[in-house]
Design a protein around this ligand. Sequence first.
Ligand SMILES: Cc1cc2nc3c(=O)[nH]c(=O)nc-3n(C[C@H](O)[C@H](O)[C@H](O)COP(=O)(O)OP(=O)(O)OC[C@H]3O[C@@H](n4cnc5c(N)ncnc54)[C@H](O)[C@@H]3O)c2cc1C
Length: 309
Amino acid sequence: MVLDDDERQEQSLIEQCVLQNQKHLKELSSWGIGGPCSYFLHVSRPSQLIAAIRYCRARSIPFLIIGKGSNCLFDDRGFDGLVMLNRLDQFEAIEPGVYRVGSGYPFNRLGVRCSVEGFSGLEFAGGIPGTVGGAVFMNAGADGQETGHVIDSVEMVTMDGEVRVLRRSDLAFGYRRSTFQQMEDLAAIVAVTFRLVPAETARERQRALLERRRKTQPIGERSAGSVFRNPSGIGVSAGELIEMAGLKGLEMGGAKVSKVHANFFINFNGSTSTDMLGLMNHVKERVDQMFGLELKEEIRYIPYRTQTV
Ligand SMILES: Cc1cc2nc3c(=O)[nH]c(=O)nc-3n(C[C@H](O)[C@H](O)[C@H](O)COP(=O)(O)OP(=O)(O)OC[C@H]3O[C@@H](n4cnc5c(N)ncnc54)[C@H](O)[C@@H]3O)c2cc1C
């Protein structure tokens, strides 16, 4: 691999950041849980991201890209590798209703912005405290809308540091599932182009969804949104099952099942990942015993060590 001058400069910058910086992951997660990562990099340019990926690959350093950490449970021991905090936040209106957005752009801001401009498809995003990259990776959704429905194309970087553009027809999305979750070659999503449709009611709908969220979810408390996926085809949500099992308010260490919404687990008093995982396992066991149903996690648990780099 031959590097030009710009790439050499990025590499030396990465080298300094990677070698000097440490960070506690609890500062980067909406749950406020997680120990230190070995290396930390705040990423604000695509060239920096690519240089960091190449740097890690060449030295077999495990790496992880995160957005707002609003769907991650980090381990108490932290992460044995580089954590890249994605703040690639460019925003470009290509034509009416078509937006090319950096993967670190706040997803809630995007939802409000598109709705204010009179375009429909991302009204639900107004209440989701993640980034565009996290929303695409997770296929975030609510109230019948999903991120995948309105994607035109995705620009990503491979594990070899190459940029690739995937069209809508290359991608598959399901309930909180995306092609990216299984893609071994994925290092990071860099930018996303969305194609929305005009709708005069978009802003009104976005506001109404946000208002409903404020009434039904424990906003302001430390959570990661829904912990478990809703089981398919039974017409009962994971939250309803947990509530029917009598587990609302159950505490384990500093973690508890929210009294407002039973599928939201709260770090109310210095919860560790051990507390949170313990509570999750207990809830799974009780729901299985009572209803014969195995709940599946929606949140992503990030172990201290990953096997591949
Ligand atoms: C109060 C609250 C309400 C919520 N409501 C909803 C809801 O209604 N619907 C819903 O679907 N979710 C909801 N969530 C969960 C969460 O906000 C979403 O899943 C969100 O899309 C995660 O984005 P993030 O940037 O925080 O991702 P992170 O938590 O930082 O990362 C999640 C996963 O995506 C990967 N990832 C992140 N960025 C990139 C990238 N650029 N390239 C490749 N991989 C990447 C990470 O490695 C990780 O595996 C809620 C969370 C909270 C706290």
